[in-house]
Design a protein around this ligand. Structure first.
Ligand code: NAP
Length: 165
């Protein structure tokens, strides 16, 4: 297999993609890879509302940090409120809400609370997840990694779809 050709296809796709939602004037979409370092200082997301699942750990926590520093309001659904509150200590403008992706009723309840609040939703980042965990199943019998990473997020996105802009 020719890996050089595969890389070059990938490069062309990335280079032509509209990758910058903030349309930063300093980095045109035609900029060749690797992209120059950018930061949330290039974006103004004031007035925007984002939900970041897993927004209190790993990639999700950094996503929360970046969205907040760009001015967005961030809602972090968490199955462990105390852990989330500790990780997000010092972050103003972040709300922690109860939600367990392995529990369909809690996903519905979270989505219903959000819809009832009347807020628009500009960004949904589905970062929560587990991997390579021992075999376990949710209450419906689905394997836990599939249920958390895929089914839970699918349900969440479907419930919030009508307000996602
Ligand atoms: N980091 C990488 O290099 C990498 C590479 C490829 C793919 N990924 C994938 O990217 C995703 C995030 O990775 P990460 O490194 O940021 O992971 P992480 O630090 O382990 O964070 C995962 C987050 O998901 C939350 N979570 C897990 N199960 C949940 C559930 N049932 N309901 C609600 N929240 C739940 C965790 O909350 P608790 O702490 O309360 O459990 C935690 O906040 C994962 O799906 C991972 O497999 C990561």
């Amino acid at each position: 297999m020719n890996t050089t050709n595969r890389s070059s296809k990938h490069f062309k796709f990335r280079r032509n993609a509209q990758w910058s939602p903030c349309k930063s004037p300093s980095i045109p979409a035609s900029t060749p890879l690797p992209l120059p370092a950018t930061s949330s200082r290039d974006c103004d997301l004031s007035g925007r509302v984002a939900i970041v699942t897993g927004g209190y750990s790993g990639l999700g926590l950094e996503t929360t940090r970046a969205l907040r520093s760009a001015g967005a309001k961030v809602i972090v659904p968490a199955r462990d409120h105390e852990k989330a509150a500790t990780a997000l200590e010092g972050f103003d403008g972040v709300e922690i809400e109860a939600m367990d992706l392995l529990a369909p009723a809690s996903i519905d309840a979270f989505a219903e609370r959000f819809l009832a609040s009347g807020q628009p939703l500009h960004t949904l980042v589905n970062s929560a997840g587990i991997m390579a965990c021992p075999l376990a199943r949710d209450s419906r019998g689905y394997e836990s990694q599939f249920a958390t990473n895929h089914l839970g997020h699918f349900q969440l996105a479907a419930r919030l779809w009508s307000v996602l802009r």
